[in-house]
Design a protein around this ligand. Structure first.
Ligand SMILES: [Zn+2]
Length: 416
């Protein structure tokens, strides 16, 4: 779930957002001048938003052993150690997002182009952040005030496309201030990309029952923000990879997939972030890939991997062309169990993935939202297995048997 800070924006002129979009650097300076008039809060705020060209040049300059020359990525697993976020039964967002961040860290650390930082574990803040919150609290508060003071000059562009505004949880003050602190730290430490990692939920009467909506969405800064252009290009690369196997949110307001926001602290409310900053809601907490403990780790690692190769797409091809990489970790897969009753959840999860690659899943007119990969055989999987059997001249029983497994292994085990 996202944190939201209610901010009142005064709207004044059409020219300003256009100006901000065309000339982000100049706009930043103009804001500083405006802001400093008559305000004792006017510690001068100088922003150097990261540009696409700058990041791609930096990536190409590697290999180097110097952290400063690498692409610096900060991962922010949503919420706090032991506090906050949504949950569903025993599925706890603030824990799952740490696992996802750990997988992503491993992928990034295996690549010499990246220097990776993570704000917390399940148990505690990264000491660098714990110290920062402790020693720089007053600075963070002042910095936040200064940015808020400038906000009337940063015009909020009305929600585009008439899309309904999505509900966000309001963050308690100290939690909000730590989020501001993370942005401030990222600016000061020359972080290039900040990824906030979350699982979604929405307010409803029976929160003990699965909700109606499923799928992923990526929140990015609205276009009047200095970091909006770079963030969007990277977000599109990530979204291309993630949306191949995972549904896009069908919550009204999120169904565009990449959602522009001006009030989320995480992505730089009041024009406060220099890094490309986005908040990824990887799916809804009650989706079976998260609630089924037998496939949860596979799902989280898969999402981390697709995020990683999305970043690689951005850097390797300027974001327009996908790099030549397999985009799932679940296939190739060798199925050793030959009958449906023997299939384990991991076998089924891999079958569902193979069926996506084969073009028969989701079946018929159903969507990925109707048929999430779950590690369990339900109506979607049965129907798709039937289609797969027909396609390969296997009796269409909709039940996995020896011939179906043989065909799956022939196509998707990587063994010739
Ligand atoms: Zn969250």
């Amino acid at each position: 779930m996202r944190y939201y800070l209610a901010t009142l924006f005064a709207t004044f002129a059409f020219a300003v957002p256009w100006f901000a979009y065309e000339y982000p650097h100049e706009f930043s300076k103009a804001v500083d001048v405006l802001k400093s008039t008559g305000s004792q809060l006017a510690a001068v705020i100088i922003h150097k938003p990261k540009t696409v060209a700058e990041l791609q040049t930096k990536y190409r300059a590697v290999p180097t052993t110097k952290a400063a020359e690498k692409v610096k990525v900060l991962l922010v697993p949503g919420h706090e150690p032991g506090f906050g976020g949504t949950s569903f039964g025993g599925t706890i967002e603030r824990e799952l997002v740490v696992e996802l961040a750990d997988h992503l860290t491993t992928f990034l650390k295996g690549n010499p182009h990246y220097e990776v930082y993570v704000t917390r574990t399940n148990k505690e803040w990264n000491p660098a952040f714990a110290d920062y919150f402790k020693n720089s609290w007053n600075d963070i508060v002042e910095w936040r005030k200064a940015h808020r003071a400038q906000s009337p000059t940063v015009v909020s562009v009305a929600q585009k496309n008439g899309a309904p505004k999505v509900y966000h949880n309001k963050a308690p003050d100290n939690v909000a201030m730590r989020l501001h602190g993370i942005t401030k730290w990222a600016n000061e430490n020359d972080i290039d990309i900040v990824l906030h990692i979350h699982l979604n939920d929405y307010p409803r009467k029976r929160s003990d029952l699965p909700g109606t909506y499923t799928g992923l969405s990526i929140y990015v800064p609205q276009e009047q923000f200095n970091n909006s252009t770079t963030t969007r290009v990277i977000a599109e690369a990530l979204f291309n990879r993630l949306s191949k196997y995972n549904p896009i949110s069908d919550l009204p307001g999120e169904s565009v997939g990449i959602v522009e926001e001006d009030e989320l602290i995480a992505i730089g409310v009041d024009n406060s972030a220099d890094a490309a900053s986005m908040l990824i809601e990887y799916g809804y907490i009650y989706e079976p890939q998260f609630t089924n403990p037998d496939v949860r780790s596979l799902a989280l690692k898969e999402l981390a991997y697709q995020t990683y190769i999305g970043l690689e797409d951005f850097f390797s091809q300027g974001g327009s062309v996908k790099s030549e990489r397999a985009d799932t970790l679940l296939v190739p897969y060798y199925w050793s169990n030959k009958t449906e009753t023997d299939l384990r959840p991991a076998d089924i999860y891999a079958i569902q993935t193979a069926l996506i690659l084969d073009g028969v899943y989701p079946p018929g007119k159903k969507t990925k939202n109707d048929c999430p990969r779950s590690g369990r055989i339900g109506p979607c999987t049965k129907e798709a297995i039937g289609d797969f059997q027909k396609k390969y001249n296997i009796p269409a029983t909709q039940i996995v048997g020896e011939k179906t497994v043989e065909q799956l292994n022939k196509l998707y085990s990587g063994i010739i």
